[in-house]
Design a protein around this ligand. Structure first.
Ligand code: HEM
Length: 404
């Protein structure tokens, strides 16, 4: 049994039992961050806070939501929106946060790609990030089912159909997932469980893994400089804070994070109060009807790029291309064969690869929203092939890259 002294304060009492001073030092005041990073490195914190907003608003919505095909639509569109005090506010916060979090995730991912923050010891940060991307996608999709509107029903139908694996016609799997021949009550309640329990638990665990994976390699910096964190932190602690290449997480870096977060929250609440409709599809304000197929079924904007990779191809090649799009980003640290950790603009051909990939994904997103006809089909097809070609080209251009 450890020896305990009579505590001199509440802080001391807690410290003797929970070592809070050590935790604070390891996690915050002596957690070293490079000086040469810009506002894009605040996106991780923005994501964590937006996820917090989703959790809190979700808890309030859960108090009134009814996971039953006969009651779900009204519980959202009538009870929460007009009977519950400020129910509309929680719904708008939840809807806008669900959409905006994907924008920030994409910015965060493309920052990591631009600066090469996924390799040379940072592979686990990237892989845990990709697992977060997949679980967030599952969380968003399952949440989209819950209002039980027309788009919930028909998007649910289309996406679960993908599990029949095209010509393999594994229809038993589709029915097993749905719990019925078509989306119905069993479908709604199991997606409800996924949305409010299993996915959030997985996300929390993965955020823990993501933060843990950052600990040993530390965050990258905007010059790709290999910093000796031990030596630089000693220099900082010895008082030479001006020449040290690192700063403390708390409060040095955290104050910058909080500033960026403040700017983000102004933008976020502007959307919540004045433009929440961008996050809500008008078609989903009609109750689900299994006998009335909407003329044009499309997913939310953040899934459009991968949906558009599926669409221009016939059934089976389309599914293969779609499957490829899902795993390609996971493989990034292993397909990039160059040892250089540097901003893309200093990496020759990789700079072209990066910008073409970004423009291509925006093109796929725009085309995915438009009806699959005429010129849109052609542009979508070219963009889908370009996406595949870029991933095949990546190992080749990075092997050719000169070591810096
Ligand atoms: C809700 C989800 C996520 C949260 C809360 C989160 C949080 C964070 C935080 C706090 C950091 C350190 C500061 C920063 O660079 O912003 C970070 C870094 C990083 N994240 Fe995430 N992240 C999430 C999703 C993702 C995704 C989807 C990816 C991509 C696959 C990803 C890849 C990375 C990488 C590679 C770094 C290292 C950046 C560097 O070393 O410069 N993260 N993340």
């Amino acid at each position: 049994m450890a020896h305990f002294e009579k505590a001199t304060s509440i802080h001391d009492w807690l410290n003797q039992r929970l070592a809070i001073d050590t935790i604070k030092r390891v996690m915050a005041t002596e957690y070293w961050i490079p000086k040469n990073i810009n506002f894009l490195w605040a996106m991780g914190m923005v994501l964590a806070v937006t996820f917090g907003l989703l959790l809190i608003s979700g808890i309030f919505l859960l108090m009134y939501y009814k996971p039953d095909v006969n009651l779900a639509f009204d519980s959202v569109n009538y009870t929460i929106m007009s009977e519950v005090g400020y129910g509309w506010l929680w719904r708008h916060i939840h809807g806008v946060a669900a959409s905006v979090i994907f924008l920030v995730i994409y910015i965060h991912m493309f920052t990591a790609i631009y600066y090469g923050s996924y390799k040379q010891g940072r592979e686990m940060i990237w892989l845990s990030g990709m697992l977060l991307f997949v679980t967030f996608s599952g969380e968003a999709f399952s949440g989209y089912m819950l209002p039980w509107g027309q788009m919930s029903y028909w998007a649910g139908m289309v996406i679960t159909n993908l599990f029949s694996a095209g010509s393999l016609e594994l229809n038993g799997i589709v029915e097993w997932i749905r719990g019925d021949y078509v989306p119905g009550d069993a479908f709604l309640t199991r997606f409800f469980m996924l949305h409010v329990l299993l996915m959030p638990l997985a996300i929390l665990a993965l955020i823990g893994l993501h933060f843990g994976a950052l600990r040993i390699p530390h965050v990258n910096n905007q010059d790709g400089e290999e910093i000796d964190f031990e030596a630089e932190s000693k220099r900082y602690l010895a008082g030479d804070t001006k020449n040290a290449k690192v700063i403390r997480f708390q409060w040095d870096f955290l104050s910058k994070d909080i500033f960026v977060l403040g700017v983000f929250l102004i933008f976020f609440f502007y959307l919540v109060f004045y433009h929440y409709e961008f996050a809500m599809d008008p078609v989903n304000f009609d109750p689900a009807d299994g006998l009335k197929t909407p003329p044009h079924i499309y997913p939310e904007w953040y899934f459009l790029w991968s949906y558009e990779i599926l669409r221009p191809f016939p059934k089976d090649p389309g599914l293969i291309a779609f499957g490829f799009a899902q795993i390609a980003f996971f493989l990034l640290p292993f397909l990039d064969r160059s040892p250089n950790v540097a901003p893309a603009n200093r990496r020759g051909l990789f700079a072209i690869w990066f910008w073409v990939m970004l423009i291509d994904m925006i093109t796929l997103t725009v085309m995915g929203k438009l009806p699959p006809q005429g010129v849109f089909n052609t542009i979508g097809g070219i963009a889908a092939w370009t996406f595949i070609g870029l991933w095949i080209a990546l190992p080749i251009i990075t092997i050719l890259e000169k070591k810096k």
